[in-house]
Design a protein around this ligand. Structure first.
Ligand SMILES: [Zn+2]
Length: 495
């Protein structure tokens, strides 16, 4: 572990303590009423949440928690897998796992899972300690278990575990059947007798849709797209380009992944990515640019807490931009545009059952903090079978006993985060539908939710954007039926 990482692991909980002191001063201020006129009120709710989720007494436990998460990260990044005459880490193995050659994808998946199997005891030990420490922190702070504290740590102020439970039930009822159908279509498309776990990333015999040009080519088109989309996005993209607020090209020793951040001192967004020639490059100029555009539209707010909303809301901005920009996808995918759209919609939909699996598993874990690693694995496999019954680990006993989640860093690092992607996705689909019906209105709703930044809670943002709540059964039902009719109208066998 680097010295710097260790320093942050030790200092972050103390820093949390300082923030809590500040928030206490804010809430106890004799000018509180006057402040409420100056500051949008959500900050007071966020302050209460931070105060409830901390006490100086839990600092040593929080430090231990951070250390364990760093151990997990280090273990995952330590992977050195011998394949194809090379020594690869897990992300370098990824392209082989997505290979069109079934023999290669099977071998790569087996290499991948044998890394986790070799380190099974270590993963079990790290997670077991994390669960017990989080439970202890929760008890010390006066909660009955970690679940409620986990929700508070995510900044959630207006929905609870029960709402999310109902959401998962509705996913099971309306989304899972479509997801199962899509996997069956995938099986037919790629021409296999039975879809195995190592076939999942392989979607088209002709390969996945990819942009037809390099970084400069993509950025030229992204500029044209945002200039045509609206005056606001035109202004935004030109600022991003003129001020060089991107780091897009992949290079040796550069950190993996992609994200958007907000440079508060300059009040501008910044986008970090690793372009690699796949459709992920386009996601950077739609998804990450969606995050960036939100921070740009809400940059006038003085409170740093309001730069981004809580993550289930922040992902609405990004995931919706992926759909709002659909009319320009021809610029990037040319003759493969329909294939891209089919893939985008079906891939995002089949993700939802996996997303709720990760969530339900964590509810089991923190409601049963004394379960053994074996009991956890069994719970994972049972939940996995419920939401993704097509997952077939027939020839891999290790994955079949319920260990696929070892790879999911969120489960170790940020408990209860994962459901946010699925909640936001249901909202993004609503923008997709709205854009098809009344683009002008859809754009206004989108602009409005960007402008409030993080100054509203999730349910308030839904109201601002005229969005139906994903917690209502009817919302999922309607969204699912629109998606199904679109997907059914496409002849994917020719793709
Ligand atoms: Zn995002």
């Amino acid at each position: 572990m680097t010295v710097k990482k260790k320093y942050i692991d030790m200092t972050a909980p103390k820093f949390h303590g300082l923030r809590v002191e500040f928030y206490k001063a804010l809430l106890n201020s004799k000018f509180k009423e006057e402040l409420k006129e100056k500051i949008k009120p959500h900050l007071f709710t966020l302050a209460e949440i931070e105060i409830k989720s901390f006490s100086p007494e839990v600092i040593p436990l929080m430090q231990e928690e951070n250390t364990l998460v760093s151990q997990y990260d280090k273990l995952v990044s330590s992977a050195q897998i011998e394949y194809d005459g090379k020594t690869l880490n897990l992300s370098q193995l990824q392209p082989y796992m997505e290979s069109k050659d079934r023999k290669v994808s099977k071998e790569a998946y087996e290499k991948w899972s044998s890394f986790f199997e070799t380190n099974e005891e270590k993963f079990d030990e790290i997670y077991d300690k994390l669960v017990k420490i989080r439970h202890e922190i929760a008890l010390k702070l006066g909660f009955k278990n970690f679940t409620e504290l986990g929700y508070l740590r995510m900044g959630r102020s207006d929905y609870k575990a029960d709402d999310v439970k109902k959401f998962r039930e509705h996913v099971l009822k309306y989304i899972v059947p479509i997801s199962n159908e899509l996997r069956e279509r995938q099986r037919c498309r790629i021409g296999v007798d039975k879809l195995r776990y190592y076939d999942i990333p392989f979607n088209f015999l002709s390969g996945n849709p990819a942009p037809k040009g390099n970084k400069e080519w993509i950025m030229e088109r992204a500029k044209k797209m945002y200039e045509e989309l609206s005056p606001e996005t035109g202004e935004f993209i030109n600022l991003m380009i003129e001020e060089d607020l991107f780091d897009l090209e992949t290079k040796p020793n550069k950190q993996a992944g992609g994200y958007c951040t907000f440079l508060y001192d300059y009040r501008v967004p910044f986008i970090f990515a690793n372009f690699n020639g796949t459709q992920g490059d386009i996601t950077v100029v739609t998804h990450e640019a969606g995050h960036a555009f939100q921070t740009y539209e809400s940059r006038y707010m003085d409170e740093p807490e309001y730069s981004f909303p809580t993550s289930e809301s922040a992902e609405i901005h990004s995931m919706s931009m992926e759909f709002i920009t659909w009319p320009w996808m021809e610029l990037f995918f040319e003759e493969d545009t329909e294939k891209f759209k089919f893939f985008h919609l079906s891939d995002s939909l089949t993700f939802i059952p996996y997303g709720v699996t990760v969530d339900e598993f964590q509810h089991f874990v923190y409601e049963n903090p004394h379960a053994t690693p074996q009991e956890r694995k069994k719970a994972w496999r049972d939940i996995e079978k419920k939401y993704t019954p097509y997952k077939d680990y027939q020839d891999n006993d290790f994955l079949d006993k319920g260990t696929f989640w070892f790879k999911q860093g969120h489960i170790f690092g940020v408990p209860f985060y994962y459901i946010d992607y699925t909640l936001a996705q249901i909202c993004a689909y609503q923008f997709w539908i709205k854009c098809n019906n009344d683009r002008k209105k859809a754009w206004n709703d989108y602009l409005n939710i960007c402008r409030v930044g993080g100054s509203q809670s999730f349910l308030e943002i839904l109201k601002t954007g005229n969005l139906n709540s994903p917690f209502e059964e009817n919302t999922i039902k309607q969204v699912a039926s629109e998606i199904k009719s679109y997907l059914d109208s496409i002849d994917d066998m020719k793709m």
